[in-house]
Design a protein around this ligand. Sequence first.
Ligand SMILES: Nc1nc2c(c(=O)[nH]1)N[C@H]1C(S)=C(S)[C@@H](COP(=O)(O)O)O[C@H]1N2
Ligand SMILES: [Mo]
Length: 201
Amino acid sequence: MNITRGFTGRPRVDNPGLPPGQYDARDDWPVLSAEVTPDLAPADWTFRIDGLVARPRTWDWDGAHELPASAYEGDIHCVTGWSKFGVRFGGVSLDAFLDAVQPHDSATHVVAYAHTGYTANLPLADVTGGRAWVVWDHDGRPLPAEHGGPARLVVPHLYFWKSVKWLAGLRLLDHDEPGFWEGNGYHPRGNPWEEQRYFGD
Ligand SMILES: Nc1nc2c(c(=O)[nH]1)N[C@H]1C(S)=C(S)[C@@H](COP(=O)(O)O)O[C@H]1N2
Ligand SMILES: [Mo]
């Protein structure tokens, strides 16, 4: 007897870029916010890096734009199931900001936080080496407020809850400290390719 397994949704073989358990949202870009969208003008936006760094620093909008421009074009994956292909973000690599503050050798993790209070924890290694961006453009236009404008974090190789909207800062730590979703049962790292959705996955 033939047992046919897994005929739910589109077969992944058609779409090798789709991590396990995800679907292609195509032209949709769902908004997922735990807070009300803040009314934050570029002139009021600041981005601070402190904690285990030699030179803690705060950038304003113009100061951040003086750093070398860097773009991400690729895929994003939300833990609720949608993935989106070929998203284009423009901003600055987080490496450029981190180079300026000189992280201590003891720093192993970061907490990224929003102007609204939302937080997400990340291993420092996941936000260095050209894998994380502070972005203010989407498709060549200013990032819409509901998607985190004026500026958000983008860490596309992890589930998108790590990509803090209305980004206000990073604190460097020598230990892991759960953020908003991680403290509510989600996985500390959130690698979509290993389906690290919940604590213990
Ligand atoms: N400040 C803040 N950042 C956040 C969130 C949030 O609720 N607040 N949600 C996260 C989640 S779960 C996802 S999937 C993405 C959603 O980004 P989008 O609304 O632009 O699709 O933002 C992440 N960053
Ligand atoms: Mo999400």
